[in-house]
Write a protein that binds this ligand. Structure first.
Ligand code: GDP
Length: 198
């Protein structure tokens, strides 16, 4: 049976590895640069307006937020990266937390949010390589598609695929959290991965 993404509840925030959930349910790890629209994508997927906090203040973001989906999987909201005004101490905290989570073996599947308008940043490329190192499948949502002209879509998607060095099996989904574009496709991909058909 398909995982019902509308059945979602916040579980906890982890600021250190001792808080990681290790109960065996699949974990879908969402990562993205600050302001790329990760919260908006999550809210769109679960059909809520203010579930993951849109525009959450950077600096309070070095924590991992767990949401349970339909009692069957976790949507894991990883802290955003690339925000220029974060202190070194905060960046170090972010690095330690992420390193521990990526080394934990807990990730079932990665979901990276990138900006459909731009070439992925160096940080995006690093993040993709962290996912590759886990050996888990990766889905990339190219968000803010609504801001592109139709003629820009294909070349931009090709550039994203190339710069992130996506593997053949990694899915790239044109997405607009604002309009809802790509929602069903991404849910289907994640559902297949959770239920083991991916
Ligand atoms: P986060 O920092 O990655 O969680 O990003 P947010 O979800 O807080 O979004 C950052 C900004 O981008 C907000 O002003 C959103 O309204 C806007 N935004 C997010 N997704 C989209 C989208 O698909 N299209 C457009 N046009 N704006 C978006």
């Amino acid at each position: 049976m398909a995982v019902n993404f509308n059945r979602v509840e916040f579980v906890l925030s982890a600021a250190s590895p001792s808080g990681f959930i290790r109960d065996g349910l699949p974990q879908l790890a969402f990562a993205g640069r600050s302001n790329v629209g990760k919260s908006s994508v999550i809210n769109r997927l679960v059909n809520r307006k203010n579930f993951a906090r849109v525009g959450a203040s950077p600096g309070k973001t070095a924590q991992i937020n767990y949401f349970r989906l339909d009692e069957r999987a976790y949507l894991v909201d990883l802290p955003g990266y690339g925000y220029a005004k974060v202190s070194k101490a905060e960046r170090d905290r972010w690095g330690r937390l992420m390193e521990a989570y990526f080394a934990s073996g807990l990730i079932t599947c990665g979901v990276m949010i990138v900006d459909a308008r731009h070439k992925p940043t160096a940080d995006d490329v690093t993040m993709a390589s962290w996912f590759y190192d886990t050996g888990c499948p990766l889905a990339v949502a190219a968000n803010k598609l609504d801001k592109l002209k139709k003629s820009e879509i294909e070349p931009n998607l090709a550039l994203i695929r190339q710069v992130l060095a996506l593997r053949e099996e990694d899915r790239l989904v044109p997405f607009s959290a604002e309009k809802g574009t790509g929602k069903e496709e991404l849910i289907q991909i994640l559902d297949d991965l959770i239920t083991g058909e991916g």
